[in-house]
Design a binder for this molecule. Structure first.
Ligand code: SF4
Length: 370
């Protein structure tokens, strides 16, 4: 595995360092007020694996300091299951032969209305790599949707600055791109064809979004692809630091999607345990005090709520993961890009959040100058 080009260290150096960390170094890092990249490496080290209770205590304090008692909620809206790519882990990959769906403009608005009626004010627009879901189509959508939603974020195929600028100017303020794996040697085996086979183009996309002005720049690795999750996490942290340094007006966000089965089945190459995922999320909260940490309905309700108490700031709620999925759900049908471990309604998610002594927040964003 390699480190990102903007890391000062080789993968071997990082890996060797992580494995050499002693419990005393983890404890020393925990006792400090500020945390640097070296501290992050301490928090994801094997030595820290037995110190999750101590990490949880400090992480929860940091989360409360920056986010109070709140958990922000949002819902994804899938626009198209057509895709030019062949990501081996995905239910939408091109090689699967099944009826696809691409929502029309009005169908997207219908889905959005259902989501809005559920109480959501933050919307995440998602599509596979479908050329017909163009930046112009999306900008038109955003101009309408922003009347009903306080905050709109997109998780699309990578674009360049001019296209991102159109979306930003239409009223979209968040951009999410998962690199899936930061390891350029592993990457081709999971992304054998289609535009997504271009590792570097995908890696550059967040910077293109930063240049276009997006306030929130979200990143993530698909957990379960890389057998060395500690190096994967290190690269994600390096990416986050680089984004923070170069786009200081933007806010980095980290997501932790763990692979769940598709209806076609997929043998996860390197399953990540709950314990490892918890350590990784805590390490990010401990090292990135103010960053948004996001956990989707891929995870079970109890795990999501526990992590929201200690580290996670954003939970999706009441999600459907297929184009037209919200209407289909009302009609009693269901498909999906991946399977969900939390199928709770928005009310149930919010009740869980309150039961754990926290407050669900639907809106944390106000447009002042537009
Ligand atoms: S992960 Fe995204 S890009 Fe890859 S096949 Fe699925 S929808 Fe397409």
């Amino acid at each position: 595995m390699k480190m990102l080009p903007y890391s000062n260290f080789t993968a071997e150096e990082i890996d060797g360092y992580i494995r050499s960390v002693k419990p005393e170094q983890v404890k020393r890092s925990l006792s400090q007020a500020e945390h640097k990249f070296t501290d992050f490496l301490h928090f994801i080290s094997p030595a820290a694996a037995d110190l999750l209770p101590e990490m949880t205590e400090v992480s929860a304090r940091i989360k409360r300091r920056h986010f109070g008692n709140t958990v922000r909620t949002f819902a994804p809206l899938y626009i198209s299951s057509y895709c030019m790519n062949n990501c081996v882990y995905c239910g939408f990959r091109k090689s699967y032969d099944y009826p696809r769906r691409r929502l029309s403009f009005d169908e997207v608005l219908n889905e959005a209305r259902i989501i809005r009626d559920m109480g959501h004010e933050s919307l995440l627009l998602i599509t596979g790599e479908d050329a017909k879901i163009s930046p112009d189509f999306t900008a038109d959508l955003i101009r309408v949707l922003k009347n009903d939603f306080a905050y709109i974020n997109i998780e699309y195929y990578p674009m360049t600055e001019p296209s991102y600028r159109k979306l930003y100017e239409a009223g979209c303020h968040g951009l999410t791109i998962f690199q899936e794996t930061y390891d350029p040697e592993l990457y081709p085996s999971f992304h054998p064809s289609g535009p997504k086979a271009n590792y570097q183009f995908r890696l550059n996309a967040l910077a293109e979004g930063g240049k276009a002005g997006f306030y929130n720049l979200g990143m993530g690795a698909l957990l379960g692809l890389n057998p060395n999750w500690r190096l994967e996490a290190s690269n994600m942290a390096v990416h986050g630091l680089w984004i923070r340094k170069h786009f200081w007006k933007s806010h980095p966000q980290f997501s932790f999607p763990r692979i769940t089965p598709t209806k076609w089945g997929y043998n996860v190459p390197a399953p990540l345990s709950d314990h490892d995922l918890e350590q990784m999320i805590l390490a990010f909260r401990l090292a990135f005090h103010e960053a948004d940490l996001i956990l989707s309905t891929r995870e079970k309700p109890e795990f999501r709520l526990r992590m929201a108490e200690s580290a996670v700031s954003h939970l999706s709620a009441g999600s459907q993961v297929d184009p037209g999925g919200y209407q289909d759900h009302l009609d009693g049908k269901n498909l999906g890009q991946f399977s969900m471990n939390d199928q709770s309604s928005v009310e149930q998610v919010c009740a869980g959040i309150r039961k754990h002594g926290m407050v669900p927040v639907f809106k944390d964003w106000d447009r002042s100058f537009q």
